[in-house]
Write a protein that binds this ligand. Structure first.
Ligand SMILES: Cc1ncc(COP(=O)(O)O)c(C=O)c1O
Length: 393
């Protein structure tokens, strides 16, 4: 039976993309694979395991709950929680043995109070992103001193890293250079005081700026084979790991003047066949793709016909009934010689591929394979051993 909406994820592609990113650093920097937001829609634990297999040594998440999820799946690798943590979330993050990011002294006080065992702390300088981190090098150094001092007193906190995050690595190398200039002296000072891991680069900086590699890079989007520059992943030697597929559930003839979908945004001008595909905005197909996207069926491209509804879309498959019920329909991926990338959809939506893949909803079945050979869900912790192989309960 065809599944109505499936995100098919090639774990071997994630492994190869991770290896490709490590090669970009000439193997000189470690790699933290960022698997927040359910592994950018690919499945956090499954993607995380594949990235670790490909040479990542750490996983990055945004929230305490995401760290918990990785632990519940049986992942033992170091996990860095990149985002802000409230007092309640801090408990969860520490319970999940998450490494945390600090930039103000009050947070370090909370951390000291909450720590029940050793906690690795990365101090963040805001070198120009304007979100988390302190803009003041003095404050960042004071936070680092506080962390280091605390660890001397009660062996709780350990100064583990110095970090920053780039705002324009994908689009403006000049501002990237400004941020690097602001970050380097801070990182250098901390390096002289403690054995730390210095990290700054996201995917775009990893691919474009060797001076940003330091000791570790933090890559998300490129691990999944999407292009951080929002163009063709091929150009960066990246392999898109995810295909978004559905199938033709109904085919009917529309006569001139007959319409399809809410608001009658498609009205047949000539006799044409319409295919209904059971995937919609409830699955993450953005409604702004209404009349604004192609679907690949049987190696051909067909235009969306009318409004994306919650559970379905309709496609104009032309005057010849060449499409049949049961045919596979591809929104992201390849069909014969045709290909549609997340970046192409992103352009139609005036957004970035990140939003396209993160938007694939939980209703969509995730199915995993390695270059076509089906594998059980390696995210399903209790059923898997550490290498991701399925074991009996
Ligand atoms: C702090 C931090 N580091 C690294 C990343 C990974 O970025 P990218 O997906 O562009 O590689 C993110 C993602 O937004 C992030 O927030």
């Amino acid at each position: 039976m065809a599944l109505r909406a499936v995100a098919r994820v090639n774990l071997a592609a994630i492994e190869r993309n991770t290896e490709r990113l490590r090669r970009a650093t000439a193997g000189q920097a470690r790699l933290c694979a960022v698997v927040k937001a359910n592994g950018y829609g690919h499945g956090a634990a499954a993607a995380g395991r594949a990235a670790l297999q490909g040479g990542a040594t750490m996983l990055g998440v945004a929230t305490a709950g995401e760290a918990r999820e990785l632990r519940d799946a049986g992942i033992e690798a170091p996990v860095l929680v990149l985002g802000a943590l409230s007092a309640e979330e801090l408990e969860v993050a520490l319970d999940a043995r998450g490494e945390v990011v600090a930039w103000d002294e009050r947070f370090v006080d909370d951390l000291t109070a909450a720590a029940r065992g050793p906690v690795e702390v990365h101090v963040k300088l805001d070198s120009g992103m304007g979100r988390y981190g302190t803009r003041s090098r003095q404050t960042a150094l004071a936070v680092a001193e506080q962390v280091a001092g605390t660890s001397a007193r009660d062996a709780g906190l350990r100064l583990a890293g110095a970090m920053t995050h780039f705002a324009t690595a994908d689009e403006d190398p000049e501002f990237l250079a400004v941020q690097l200039t602001a970050f380097e002296p801070f990182a250098q000072t901390l390096r002289e005081r403690a054995q730390i891991v210095v990290h700054a680069a996201n995917s775009a900086a990893t691919l474009r700026e060797p001076a940003a590699h330091f000791d570790m890079v933090r890559c998300g989007i490129a691990v999944y084979g999407c292009d951080p520059f929002n163009a063709d992943p091929d150009a960066q030697l990246l392999e898109p790991a995810l295909e978004l597929t559905s199938y033709v559930a109904a085919v009917k003839l529309a006569r001139p003047g007959e319409s399809a979908g809410y608001g009658r945004r498609f009205i047949a001008e000539r006799e044409t066949w319409l295919a209904t595909i059971p995937i919609g905005y409830g699955d993450g197909v953005n409604r702004a793709l209404t009349n604004n996207c192609d679907i690949l069926i049987g190696g051909r491209r067909y235009p969306m016909a009318g409004t994306v509804s919650m559970d379905n879309i309709t496609v104009d498959v032309g005057s010849e009934p060449g499409v049949a019920v049961g045919d596979e329909a591809i929104l992201i991926g390849r069909s014969g010689e045709e290909r549609q990338t997340a970046e192409q959809l992103a352009h139609r939506l005036q957004t970035i591929s990140y939003e396209v893949v993160c938007g694939i909803s939980s209703r969509v079945t995730r199915a995993y394979h390695r270059d076509g050979a089906e594998v059980p869900d390696p995210g399903a912790g209790p059923l898997c051993d550490r290498d991701g192989a399925r074991v009996a309960r």
